[in-house]
Design a protein around this ligand. Structure first.
Ligand SMILES: Cc1cc2nc3c(=O)[nH]c(=O)nc-3n(C[C@H](O)[C@H](O)[C@H](O)COP(=O)(O)OP(=O)(O)OC[C@H]3O[C@@H](n4cnc5c(N)ncnc54)[C@H](O)[C@@H]3O)c2cc1C
Length: 549
């Protein structure tokens, strides 16, 4: 017998093979995702009853838990929200919505106070003020952190404890959302499946208010810093239900993921380069000084392209901290040291093999200032959303901030709305065609995202990727794979359409920024499929079927 839930008519139902996960209230709000955005929203909605669905047990499978830097907030003397917004706008390469950036920066202080209230033990200085550190492209020290690099873990454990103590929050762990159910242009519920048994019959949960908080898409790439759960499923199911998607082509790559055969790849933090570690190739030559006056300390996307180009040229890329840190490595960077030593590399004595890795998605489900999407009854917060705050490139440590600010705004918006009672049995939107996930197709999709839709892109390879993802999206017999292909298609089609280089999006066939294209992308799955269809037509026109004599 599977897990049991109590239905609203007080009968208990075995849900292992079915069907309806009802609750004992009539205006159930469902939040999909148990990371920072999802949990913070649930807490802010209390005492209103909510159900949180999380693919993995709380604390696992969420990027939030892995955040090392912290949260950007202009809380130090002499700093200001205006300065924070100006830095955000400068990094975003002309696409940041300035009102959104300023709003975010202004609400940062209140968010930090809220997190303190839930028990997050932010570091303090000797006078008891919040301690702030500096990160690349911030004009002031404004990163609020916990025990050096433990911000994400500390935030998650405080919020999980608060959630477990809040009786109005019901948490369902180990269920994956596969589809949004809709009727008359509005959300009516969700279709779920058990994460540990893809062959089990789908379950349905009825709701007129769904908050998507499923995180990023990094795991669509073969080389990523994101957990496996960040495979773009939330974005896909919103797009399949008709929601508008913004800026999907903008993916930030971290320049120095450690290549020791782990998936996801551990990070060699930027602070190592700040301490003087250099990037070298197989021959021991530094390759960044020729690419940028700031060499290893150039902006993140430029360093990522430098590392990518060196690897693509067959020269390899390594982060060498042997001179800069040597014997002090273990003490100063214990997490990176442990990752290297576990793979048999002593970073005090040897260069660390590195590669750029998919790290943060600036694009996502388009939302307004309340976190509302284009679909009635659907809100989105955190990395799965696109608020306009990041433009074509994210300023470091703005993502946790955005997740908190918008989670609170969504809770306020839902709290002030009347949500209609969910219908008892919304119709299933997709067949439960859960054929086993074909490992090869998933592996090839991820490999193609890295090679064709990665750090350096060009029209020809993007077109090939668009056609391949569209075919998987049409034909996959496994829902998760089909949803991965949906998001991959949106990213690749928008990257193909944007014929310029801007922020994290670099096209070797269009290497400059074009002022006429300084606008955000607003697209839909229908539009992405149209791009795929026209590219397929062009390809078959170029190579017509051989005539049979
Ligand atoms: C290594 C690393 C370091 C980082 N460091 C920083 C930093 O220092 N500062 C900063 O601001 N940002 C940082 N980021 C980015 C930041 O951590 C994320 O953007 C942020 O945590 C996203 O929060 P979220 O709540 O949107 O998503 P997540 O925390 O990823 O949570 C997503 C949740 O959704 C669940 N889920 C996913 N799909 C489904 C589905 N279909 N059905 C049900 N549940 C689902 C997952 O299991 C998870 O519970 C870092 C990211 C990484 C990977």
């Amino acid at each position: 017998m599977g897990p049991r839930v109590r239905g609203d008519d007080e009968k208990e139902a075995d849900v292992s093979n079915q069907v309806e996960l009802t609750s004992n209230n009539t205006d159930n709000v469902v939040i999909v995702g148990g990371g920072l955005a999802g949990l913070f929203c649930a807490l802010k909605l209390a005492p209103r009853p909510v159900t949180v669905i999380s693919a993995a047990p709380l604390g696992q499978g969420a990027s939030t838990a892995w955040a090392q830097g912290g949260i950007a907030a202009a809380v130090a003397e002499g700093d200001s929200a205006e300065a924070h917004a100006a830095d955000t706008i400068a990094v975003g390469a002309g696409l940041v919505d300035e009102v959104v950036a300023l709003g975010l920066a202004r609400e940062a202080g209140a968010c930090i106070r809220d997190l303190l209230h839930y028990g997050v033990p932010f570091d303090r200085d000797l006078e008891g003020r919040l301690a702030v550190s500096r990160e690349a492209a911030h004009s002031a020290r404004r990163i609020v952190h916990v025990r050096g690099d433990m911000a994400g873990k500390a935030i998650m454990s405080a919020l999980i404890e608060a959630v477990r103590e809040t009786p109005s929050i019901r948490v369902i762990e180990g269920y994956v959302a596969d589809a949004l159910l809709t009727g008359d242009g509005a959300v009516t519920g969700l279709q779920l499946r058990r994460a540990d048994d893809p062959a089990a019959a789908p379950a349905i949960i009825a709701s007129r208010a769904v908050v998507m908080a499923t995180g990023g898409i990094g795991h669509l790439y073969a080389v990523t810093t994101n957990p496996a759960e960040a495979s773009g499923l939330g974005l896909a199911i919103a797009a399949r239900a008709g929601a508008v998607i913004a800026d999907p082509e903008f993916m930030q790559f971290h320049p120095t993921a450690i290549m020791v055969g782990r998936d996801p790849a551990p990070l060699a933090t930027e602070a190592l380069r700040g301490e003087g570690a250099t990037l070298i190739n197989d021959k021991g030559e530094r390759f960044m000084p020729a690419r940028h006056p700031l060499a290893e300390l150039a902006p993140r996307d430029i360093v990522a392209r430098g590392v990518f180009a060196e690897i693509a040229a067959g020269n390899g890329a390594y982060l060498d901290a042997t001179d800069a840190l040597g014997a002090n490595f273990a003490e100063k960077f214990p997490t990176v040291y442990a990752s290297c030593m576990a793979a048999g590399i002593d970073p005090a004595k040897q260069p660390i093999p590195v590669a750029p890795a998919a790290h943060y998605h600036m694009g996502g489900i388009a939302v307004d200032s309340h976190g509302r999407t284009s679909l009635k009854g659907l809100w989105a917060g955190g990395e799965v959303s696109s608020t306009g705050a990041h433009g074509a490139n994210r300023l470091a440590s703005n993502s946790l901030l955005e997740a908190v600010v918008y989670a609170a705004r969504i809770a306020e918006d839902i709290g002030g709305s009347t949500i209609a009672s969910p219908s008892r049995s919304p119709a299933m939107s997709i067949d439960p065609r859960n054929a086993a996930m074909p490992a090869l197709t998933e592996t090839s999709l991820r490999a193609m995202m890295t090679s064709h839709v990665g750090v350096i892109r060009d029209g020809e390879r993007l077109a090939e990727a668009v056609r391949s993802f569209a075919a998987i999206e049409r034909e996959a017999g496994n829902i998760a794979l089909r949803n991965m292909a949906t998001t991959a298609l949106l990213v690749a089609a928008s990257a193909w359409t944007r014929r310029e280089s801007r922020g994290a999006h670099y096209r070797s066939d269009h290497p400059t920024e074009k002022p006429a294209l300084a606008h955000r992308t607003m697209t839909t799955l229908v539009a992405a499929r149209e791009v795929a269809a026209s590219l397929s037509e062009r390809a078959s026109a170029r190579s017509p079927q051989p005539m049979i004599a």
